[in-house]
Design a protein around this ligand. Structure first.
Ligand code: UT7
Length: 322
């Protein structure tokens, strides 16, 4: 057993095309003012035809590997969280494996909607600590533009496309207190109808669109996310004052601000990308992490708490010393 696994590198990829709120207001009954006031979103990236789940995931993964100072020979597992895979199978993780030229180990996709990255990170952490893997690419990659009902103003303004990734390896003596301190996963299948995709492969009678009861999801999000962050802190005998950074799921600025208040964190210690990325589901947390590590806000030794909630209903948190 390895005592701890370490996040050794982070990376992200965003599609080239940016769509602002005003562009959406030309085709649906909405305004830039409504979207910004209710969600904090100003724009989102939308994937082009070649920017597939696997393409974006591979770009983000390659960036995470480079950031870790590692190469594809160091990878023996690829775990990709997505609700929008390119195909039912093979897993998009294996398309990434092939694209990057990784020839050993294993890979699979994780389906936990917006909590997918936290779930995938928890799996990677367990596998590394028990010795089943020694170098894991953990990826969140999403093409939600494919599952939007572009006539439904209640959902289509909220989401965007993109991918984020981290490289997880076993900790060594030189890492000191660094590493994934704990992860906490939850699900409540009875709440599945609050947020779901009306469709599946081989179900042409279905719309294939995302359906959400936004108000209800909002209500659950604030309560459940606060509880799962406190659960992570309590498990490590830490308190709100110990947190250096909150890297939350980026669904709505109002939820993010409420979380900051519940944790007594000033807004300067909360990483926000929802204004520019919108909600990229499983990609949102690693994309935010990549941004805050890349611009030097998150530094070695910082205590970072990540959280997410999504369809399922699923939710979870991870506490990491960088
Ligand atoms: O990532 C998974 C987790 N997802 C979330 O956490 C999302 C959680 N939910 C939310 O973020 C918010 O509930 C929304 C942003 C989805 C909606 O905000 P809200 O403040 O809860 O608005 P609402 O659904 O209560 O709608 C208020 C009004 C409605 O009109 P009426 O019924 O009051 O006349 C909507 O029809 O706003 C209307 N509306 C819009 N108006 C202009 C809904 N969407 C739009 C729009 N533009 N795009």
């Amino acid at each position: 057993m390895v005592a701890r696994s370490v996040i050794a590198g982070v990376g992200g990829y965003l599609p080239k095309r940016i769509v602002g709120n005003d562009e959406l207001s030309r085709t649906i009954d909405t305004t830039d003012a409504w979207i910004q006031e209710r969600t904090g979103i100003k724009q989102r990236h939308i994937a082009g035809p070649t920017e597939t789940c696997a393409f974006m995931g591979a770009r983000a993964a390659a960036a995470a590997l480079a950031n870790a100072g590692c190469g594809t020979e160091d990878v023996d597992a690829v775990i990709l969280a997505t609700a929008t895979p390119d195909q039912a199978f093979p897993a998009s993780a294996l398309r990434v494996q092939a694209e990057l030229g990784i020839t050993r180990g294993f890979g699979f996709d994780v389906s936990a909607a917006c909590s997918g990255f936290i779930y995938a990170l928890a799996i990677a952490d367990s596998m590394v600590r028990c010795g089943q893997a020694t170098g894991v690419l953990v990826i969140g990659s999403e093409v939600y533009s494919r599952i939007m009902n572009w006539a439904d103003r209640g959902t289509c303004v909220l989401f965007g496309d993109g991918a984020g990734a981290v490289f997880v390896r076993p900790g060594t003596d030189r890492d000191g207190g660094r590493g994934i301190l704990s992860t906490h996963l939850h699900a409540q299948g009875a709440l599945g109808d609050l947020l779901y995709v009306d469709g599946a492969v081989g179900r042409p009678e279905r719309s294939g669109h995302l359906v959400m009861n936004g108000r209800e999801v909002f209500r659950h999000a604030v309560a459940k996310l606060a509880a799962v962050v406190d659960e992570a802190l309590a498990a490590n005998r830490l308190g709100h004052a110990d947190i250096d950074w909150l890297v939350p799921h980026q669904a709505n600025r109002r939820i993010i601000d409420a979380m900051g208040r519940k944790l007594d964190l000033p807004s300067e210690q909360v990483v926000v990308t929802v204004d520019r990325h919108a909600n990229t589901s499983a990609a949102s947390v690693p994309l935010a992490l990549a941004e805050a590590c890349g611009d030097g806000r998150i530094k070695r030794g910082n205590l970072v708490v990540m959280e997410a909630l999504g369809g399922g209903m699923t939710w979870g948190s991870a506490l990491v010393r960088f």
